[in-house]
Design a protein around this ligand. Structure first.
Ligand code: CTP
Ligand code: ZN
Length: 153
């Protein structure tokens, strides 16, 4: 039987166990692919998984996610695993988690919120529920964004 396998990468990040259909959203949130890089990015969707039925996987060569990027991905894929690859080896594997508070990660949907004014005030949310459906509350105006993914900065 022929099996189509996605190639291992030499250096970079593999985001595994993304909910099926969300791979492109993860790439969009990370602003990938960047205009002037030649690094390879691959995404597979709807691959069978023993544990979750179906999943998406994103592989980003020559990039390791920073903490803010990990928080953003966690909002889309709360059960994803991030694997850091160096010289073909998985040197780090961590489950994503949503912190108790999000600063500069999500924008408040309330146009009259002070975080949307000209004041130098960063959007800040308290995390009310970390399990899907994830619930956030604005620290300033108490608004709870209905579509969190649409508000990710
Ligand atoms: N991977 C990769 N390139 C490498 C090494 C690993 O693309 N050089 C990918 C694997 O294909 C897999 C992920 O990184 O999607 C994690 O690798 P590994 O820990 O070896 O796989 P599993 O044990 O299946 O991971 P888990 O237990 O987290 O499901
Ligand atoms: Zn607000």
């Amino acid at each position: 039987m022929k099996e189509l396998k996605i190639q291992p990468i030499k250096n970079g990040s593999v985001i595994d166990h993304i909910p099926p259909g969300k791979a492109l959203k993860v790439l969009r949130i990370l602003s990938l692919p960047k205009k002037d890089t030649t690094s390879i990015i691959s995404a597979v969707m709807n691959v069978p998984s023993e544990t979750v039925g179906k999943k998406d996987i994103v592989k980003i060569e020559d990039k390791e996610l920073d903490p803010d990027e990990s928080d953003k991905v966690a909002l889309i894929a709360p059960h994803a695993t991030v694997n850091i690859i160096r010289d073909y080896e998985v040197i780090e594997k961590h489950a994503l988690s949503i912190p108790n508070e999000l600063v500069n990660i999500v924008k408040c949907p309330n146009p009259s919120c002070i975080s949307n004014s000209n004041e130098p005030i960063s959007p800040r949310f308290k995390v009310i529920s970390k399990r899907p459906p994830i619930k956030l509350r604005c620290y300033y105006c108490e608004r709870e964004p209905a579509d969190i993914e649409a508000q990710i900065i």
